[in-house]
Structures are given as C-alpha cells and as structure tokens.
Design a protein around this ligand. Structure first.
Ligand code: HEC
Ligand code: HEC
Length: 282
C-alpha cells in the first residue's frame, strides 16, 4: 500500500488543494473492442512503488467510459485525420508515408512500446516524433512537423494505436543509461514557486484528490491523450509542460533535452502497463 511520507512544505501545498478522496478503480484489465489493456502491473525494481497503475484507473466513470469503445473515444477522430496524412504526398520526393511503408501503419506494431529507445544508426535516443520527422525530412524531402502540434500528435496517435495492448518495454540500460539517469534526476528535483518535484505528486501522493482532480502516477503509457479540458490530443511534452506550469515553474521547451530525458525515465516507470494511446483523460 502507498505510504504518506510528506515533507511539511509539500503537505501544506497538497492540503490547499485537497478535497474529498474518491476511490480509484481496482480493475486490473480494461477491454477495448475485445483488446485487453493491463491497468495494473508489478512495478519495475528501480522505482519506489509496489504497483504501476494506468491513469485510466483514476478517472471518473464517465471519462473512463469514453475510452472503452473506440466509437466514443474522441481521440479517434484525430487518428482518422492522420490516416489522411499517411496517404498524402508531400515534399520534393513526391511520396506519401504509404509509398514506402506499404504494409500500412500496422508495420509499426510494437514500436510505441519500446520508445524512447537508443537507435544505433542515428546514434541517439529516438522518440516517435523523431522517427516521423526523420522520414519526412530524409525520405520525403518535406518539412519536419512541429512537436506537440495537431498533425504530429495525430500521427503519433495513429502509430501508437498499432501497439495498443502491448506491454511497455523501455530499455533503461545500455547507451540510454545516462539519459535515463538525467531523467530520474529531473523527476525528483523540486522546482517552481511551489517547490515541488514530479515525485511529490505522482509517487508520494497518487490516489489523493488535488483540487477536483484525482492524482494518478503520471504515467505516459496512454499518450497521446485526448483531454476533455482542451478537446484535442496532448503529447507527453505538452503534459509535462502543463504540470510544470501548475507548480509555477518555467517549463522546459517541448522537444528539449530535459523533456526527452524525462520522457525516457517516465516511460520506463510504466514498464509492464499496456500501450493505451490514444487514451481519454480530463
Ligand atoms: C521514401 C520512403 C519513406 C517514406 C515516404 C516514409 N518513410 Fe518512414 N521510414 C523509411 C525508412 C527507410 C525507414 C527506416 C529508418 C531509416 O533508415 O531512416 C523508416 C522508418 C520509419 C519509422 C521508424 C520505424 C521503426 O520501426 O524504427 C517510422 C515511425 C516511420 N518511418 C514513419 C513514417 C511516416 C509517418 C511517414 C510519412 C509521414 C514516413 N515514414 C514516410 C522510409 C520512408
Ligand atoms: C502539484 C502536483 C503535480 C506535480 C508536482 C506534477 N504533476 Fe503531473 N499531474 C498532476 C495532476 C493533478 C494531473 C491530472 C490528474 C492525474 O492524472 O494525475 C497530472 C497529470 C500528469 C500526467 C498525465 C497522466 C495520464 O494518465 O494521462 C503526466 C504524464 C504527468 N502529470 C507528469 C508529470 C511530470 C513529469 C511532472 C514533473 C515535471 C509532474 N507531472 C508534476 C499534478 C502534478
């Protein structure tokens, strides 16, 4: 079970927001159109919780329901838009994604579960956005898409969907180890006027109500997420940015080395959960 070990400052901050507790869902499995999604799994040994839990479990029944059927999931509209982009010729080479990836987006089944990951040929840790832009720039002769913008987020969702239900399996060792370490450091570093770290909310206090929001573990297995709040898909970096603003810290830039490191680390905290994207959150 989770333990409440709060520093006085953090306890005071949380207390300002705290309201009535509400129960989180105990289901271990969510089924979407016959596909099984693991909502709870034994935590990897390098993190300080017993169990990793999908953010879905902390949402209200109404929000949860939207993700239980693809016809109700508003994120799927954006997946459809990405299918149009998939088939649209762009750039100096006169090609669309479909020209080369003839097996369709299904070719990328399994990819989302491993990202971010070290890529030997590129000599760096690659995110989904990097792969999409690599193809756009190097293979299509097209402009790269901006991160955390609708076209990019939609394509990330389309490709992520191909891995839905597969266990997140992000490597934390090998050539990515230093970056992972940097991400871990960021996760535990207090920042902003509220002087809080990601861990203060998402590790020490998940399950607690903060304002009207039920705190989750801040997992990213469900990304991109469709948020009811802004009625669009949200990327991991956009969400990290929002959380930093909420604690009145100056967020790192979308696509920055800091957020890349944080994404690698946070992704690894979800090893064992299923790829869920595009998920629905408030
Ligand atoms: C001209 C051919 C070509 C086109 C067009 C193309 N790609 Fe690629 N793509 C490749 C090749 C080749 C690779 C293998 C990595 C490399 O050598 O760059 C690749 C790799 C990828 C990967 C990583 C796959 C993996 O398993 O590592 C993704 C994701 C991807 N492409 C997405 C896209 C998307 C989305 C589009 C359209 C916006 C697109 N590609 C257009 C040739 C292409
Ligand atoms: C003051 C508490 C607080 C801090 C500190 C905080 N967050 Fe959050 N975060 C929230 C709340 C509230 C939500 C929305 C409810 C939920 O999913 O927990 C949220 C949501 C998230 C989500 C979405 C989870 C999902 O399932 O969709 C991610 C990812 C996340 N936070 C990551 C981070 C990271 C990384 C940091 C550190 C840079 C951070 N948060 C710092 C309060 C916080």
């Amino acid at each position: 079970m989770k333990k409440f070990t709060l520093s006085a400052a953090v306890a005071a901050t949380i207390a300002i927001f705290a309201g009535a507790a509400s129960a989180e869902s105990n289901s271990a499995v969510l089924t979407i159109d016959g596909q099984e999604i693991t909502l709870r799994a034994a935590a990897p040994d390098y993190i300080d919780v017993d169990e990793v839990i999908s953010g879905w479990s902390f949402r209200t029944a109404e929000t949860q329901a939207l993700q239980m059927d693809d016809f109700d999931n508003p994120g799927m509209i954006f997946v459809d838009q990405a299918i149009d982009d998939w088939n649209t010729v762009d750039g100096s080479e006169g090609k669309s994604c479909a020209s080369c990836h003839t097996g369709g987006p299904e070719e990328f089944a399994g990819l989302r579960a491993e990202l971010p990951r070290w890529d030997e040929a590129q000599g760096k840790v690659m995110n989904m956005e990097d792969y999409i832009n690599l193809s756009r720039v190097e293979h299509m002769g097209a402009e790269p898409w901006k991160w955390a913008k609708p076209r990019m987020d939609a394509m990330v969702a389309l490709i992520s969907l191909q891995s839905r239900g597969m266990p997140i399996n992000v490597a934390v060792d090998g050539p990515a180890a230093d970056m992972w370490e940097a991400g871990r450091e960021l996760y535990y570093t207090r920042v902003g006027q509220l002087d809080m770290a990601c861990s203060n909310c998402h590790e020490d206090n998940y399950g607690v109500m903060i304002r009207a929001d039920h705190l989750s573990q801040g997992q990213i297995n469900g990304f991109p997420t469709y948020r009811l709040k802004n009625a669009k898909l949200n990327s991991t970096h956009a969400r990290f940015s929002g959380c930093m603003k909420n604690i009145r810290a100056q967020p790192f830039a979308v696509g920055s080395d800091e957020f890349r490191a944080l994404e690698l680390y946070v992704a690894s905290r979800g090893n064992g959960l299923s790829v869920e994207g595009p998920s629905v959150r408030n």
